[in-house]
Design a protein around this ligand. Structure first.
Ligand SMILES: Nc1nc2c(ncn2[C@@H]2O[C@H](COP(=O)(O)OP(=O)(O)OP(=O)(O)O)[C@@H](O)[C@H]2O)c(=O)[nH]1
Length: 855
């Protein structure tokens, strides 16, 4: 954990914290509890108080190697030093806590980035903004927090979290401002979810970088003071006054063109006074002499002009004054002074950027008492106070002012409007001094004794006070300069994180409830559609089955009927004689087949009608179950049925016509043709049966052919011979009979040929039909077509059901996954809200504010 790291960072050599740093009381120095031993100072970490009774024992203070002073004197300096060290202890406590909190914040941001990469964080687009405020508070500003990646995907899932409130949010650090130009729209609202999430990710990275620099800043034991101001206001003179030495070149003409960093040489450059000039573009690495050029201090007066060669001059100087007098070498922290070029058009921007750097703990603005604040000076102060909160204002060259009270009043009025915070603490932060006099009085480097009333000079009575304030601010109250920005930043960050986390927590909670409700509704709906699908499909299957089998039966019955009737059908074809016998044969065959096909067509027509009604019924069932518009809009075209697969009976019948096709001796027809009347139907039947029997035995033709002879021998002769003369009987009758016997069959055969042909064709067809199972196959063909056609709407319905079920199912899976996401996210943000609230409280509790006033 980061906290452990920082606890280790706490250097026990600097201050002894007793047995453990958890203890409320720490022994600052001396031996605690031993009345004979050295004096001790007890510091109560929790209360931040020092037990003054044991602190001072009336002896002179001595600086030790560990920066701890053992107090042996009863002097004000010793007390001041003790205070400084105590304040360092306090500072370390706060620094460690802030360090820990910065680390926690950084970890939280990393966690948020990780979360953001898996489940994008909802970032409200309705951010409070002065220019957009009125718009955002309007009803129309109810913005969905979530935008879909694809524009076409307009149908939101009910479970998708949305911010239904018209609340606006006011982020400070997490604010993503995408406005372009003064009047442009808030572009955030046009971004989709992934773009927002990416921007937020970048924001987190940016904040993490800033946190790193804040940590570096608070961990840095040194403090940097940027001395800036108008041209020629006496900045270099002021630095020299602080050093009590003429180190920096002063001139009536503007001279300092390069930033100069004044550093204590004893601790930082082995006590060697020199200048390290850093060429433009080079990064100063003290251990790498290639990164700078070394010059003697005397060269400074030339170097400060060489802004075209050098970006920074590091000026190592030795301050031999005691630690309680020297600002650079104060015994507590390293202080670096930066003498900036005077503000002009060229340097303004650079100085402003410089002043914003994290390592700048304090900005001292030197203003010429004769000129008051220039425009660039005023601008600089307002922007610097924005960044640093507090700024020291040194009104220099006060010795040149005759009516000093009037000047003070005027300047204070200006300070009031420029930086109310500085004005509030003006006794500490606004000083009227004469740097020149300070140097002149102490040209050798002697310093003041810290007493403001010891006559530092008639025109700069405030310089001691200024120095004390500066020293206290930097050394003792470093929390204000170093830690307060970090604290303020953390407070803002945690406040934003609380808001962001709570928004997400709220939305994911709503999303979770929404998903649960959806699931509750969807369960019965899903079961219902499954049942309805099974029922409807079964009804449709049964309908198809019954219609198909009815069509089959009907077709078969009709075909059977015609086949049975075809023997006796009157074909209406006239026999035009034997010369046209082939044509006759073709017509007969065609007509008979035609009759059968007529029936087949009628069966097909019947099937079409049945199919049409069944389709209507199937559609009705589909609409009843799935609702209007759920089925594809199809139209049944009855003529399309049986349009391709023609009946091929014709092709199956032997078209060859032989002479035998015209011979079909038949007793009945014989009688009919020969004009023989059969007495009654019984005889007719008997004869018919006999004839048929004979036919069946293959004798019919013989009987017919030789029938007359049989008749003549059996009956005719016996009866007729009794009445006819013998001549007739013996000569004429036999001849006649023979003629008849030969002629009649021939006559019969001749006359019966067309009928015989029809009979033979019918027989042939029937044989064929029987052998091919024509009735069954045709009925099957017709009914199969019905089944096939009915299967189309049935399939449409089944598909529609499948689609609905699939939709429901995927919707269910989506809701389940949303629910899971919501649950995971909800627990993440609940935990996060708890954590950031705790951290917010912790950071708020750091008591840095009390050091706003330097006592
Ligand atoms: N009378 C009087 N003159 C001063 C005082 N401080 C500085 N001067 C003079 O003012 C002039 C400018 O002083 P510098 O210290 O060079 O001013 P600066 O602000 O550093 O100048 P640049 O860096 O070039 O802008 C010098 O001639 C100083 O001697 C002061 O307190 N009183």
């Amino acid at each position: 954990m980061s906290g452990d790291k920082f606890e280790k960072d706490h250097n026990p050599a600097e201050v002894s914290l007793g047995e453990s740093d958890q203890d409320d009381n720490a022994t600052l120095f001396g031996s605690n509890g031993d009345p004979q031993g050295p004096a001790v100072a007890n510091y109560n970490i929790r209360e931040g108080t020092l037990d003054g009774q044991t602190l001072v024992n009336g002896e002179q203070g001595i600086r030790t190697e560990n920066n701890i002073s053992v107090l042996n004197g009863n002097s004000a300096q010793a007390t001041d030093l003790a205070r400084s060290q105590l304040s360092q202890l306090q500072y370390n406590e706060n620094r460690i806590s802030l360090d820990r909190s910065i680390n926690t914040a950084s970890n939280i941001l990393s966690n948020l980035q990780a979360e953001n990469s898996v489940r994008p964080i909802y970032y409200p687009t309705n951010i409070q903004d002065e220019t957009l405020d009125s718009k955002l508070n309007s009803k129309s500003s109810k913005l969905a927090l979530i935008r879909h990646n694809s524009v076409g995907n307009s149908q939101h899932l009910l479970t998708e979290p949305r911010d239904s409130s018209s609340e606006t949010y006011s982020f400070e650090l997490l604010k993503i401002n995408l406005k372009i130009g003064p009047s442009s729209e808030n572009l955030l609202q046009t971004l989709d979810k992934s773009a927002l999430s990416q921007l937020l990710n970048e924001k987190f990275s940016h904040i993490k970088r800033h946190l790193r620099s804040l940590r570096e800043r608070i961990d840095d034991t040194s403090s940097k003071v940027l001395v800036t101001g108008d041209l020629n206001s006496g900045k270099s003179a002021f630095c020299n006054a602080l050093l009590r030495r003429k180190v920096m070149p002063e001139d009536q003409q503007p001279c300092t063109n390069v930033f100069c960093e004044i550093i204590d040489a004893r601790d930082n450059n082995n006590g060697i006074e020199e200048v390290h000039a850093i060429p433009i573009g080079s990064v100063y690495l003290k251990n790498d002499e290639r990164t700078y050029k070394i010059f003697p201090l005397e060269e400074l007066e030339h170097l400060v002009y060489q802004s075209e060669h050098y970006s920074l001059l590091i000026v190592y100087v030795t301050d031999n004054r005691p630690v309680n007098q020297s600002l650079l070498k104060n015994g507590v922290i390293d202080i670096k002074l930066i003498d900036a070029p005077g503000l002009n058009l060229d340097s303004y921007h650079t100085t402003q950027v410089f002043s914003r750097q994290e390592e700048i703990d304090l900005v001292v603005f030197v203003v010429n008492a004769e000129n008051h604040f220039t425009l660039s000076g005023r601008e600089f102060i307002s922007s610097a106070t924005n960044d640093k909160n507090l700024i020291f204002i040194v009104v220099n060259k006060f010795d040149n002012i005759r009516d000093q009270n009037k000047c003070k009043r005027k300047i204070m009025d200006q300070v009031h409007s420029l930086s109310p915070e500085t004005y509030k603490n003006s006794s500490n932060f606004v000083h009227f001094v004469s740097s020149k006099e300070m140097i002149n009085q102490n040209p050798g480097g002697d310093g003041p004794d810290g007493n403001p009333d010891d006559g530092d000079g008639p025109h700069s009575p405030d310089f001691d006070h200024l120095e004390a304030s500066l020293r206290k601010f930097l050394v003792e109250k470093r929390s204000l300069s170093k830690l307060l920005p970090a604290k303020n930043y953390l407070v803002k960050l945690y406040s934003d994180l609380i808001e962001l986390s709570q928004i997400n927590e709220k939305l994911y909670n709503e999303s979770k409830i929404g998903a649960e409700n959806e699931l509750k509704k969807l369960g019965p709906q899903y079961d219902e559609i499954l049942q309805s699908s099974a029922k409807t499909n079964e009804k449709i299957s049964r309908l198809i089955e019954s219609v198909s089998s009815e069509v089959y039966t009907n077709s078969r019955d009709q075909i059977n009927r015609i086949i049975n009737e075809v023997d006796h059908l009157s074909l209406g074809i006239k026999f035009e004689g034997y010369s046209n016998i082939t044509e006759f044969a073709r017509q007969v065959q065609e007509r008979i087949i035609g009759k059968i096909l007529e029936v087949v067509n009628s069966a097909e027509e019947h099937a079409r009608n049945e199919t049409s009604s069944a389709i209507d019924e199937i559609k009705r069932l589909g609409v009843q179950a799935l609702g209007e518009g759920s089925l594809p809009n199809t139209r049944f075209i009855p003529s399309s049925m049986y349009s391709k697969k023609k009946d091929n009976l014709q092709r199956h019948i032997d078209n060859e016509v032989s002479l035998f096709d015209f011979v079909d001796p038949n007793f009945e027809s014989f009688c009919k043709i020969c004009g023989i009347t059969i007495p009654d139907s019984r005889t007719n039947l008997l004869i018919g049966l006999t004839a048929n029997k004979l036919w069946a035995g293959g004798l019919s033709s013989m009987a017919i052919l030789y029938g007359p002879r049989v008749i003549s021998t059996v009956t005719g002769i016996a009866s007729i011979s009794n009445y006819i003369p013998r001549f007739v009987v013996t000569k004429v009758v036999p001849g006649t009979l023979i003629g008849i016997a030969i002629g009649m069959p021939l006559y019969y055969l001749y006359k019966d040929a067309p009928h015989a042909y029809q009979r033979n064709v019918v027989k042939k067809i029937k044989r064929k039909i029987e052998s091919e199972d024509y009735q069954h196959l045709n009925s099957l063909r017709i009914s199969k077509e019905v089944r096939k056609v009915l299967n189309y709407p049935a399939k449409d319905i089944s598909n529609a059901f499948a689609t609905t079920i699939e939709k429901q199912s995927s919707r269910r899976s989506k809701i389940l996954s949303d629910l899971k996401t919501s649950e995971i996210s909800l627990s993440f943000y609940r935990e996060l809200t708890k954590q950031v609230k705790e951290q917010y409280q912790i950071v708020q509790s750091f008591d840095l504010e009390s050091v706003h006033t330097v006592n």
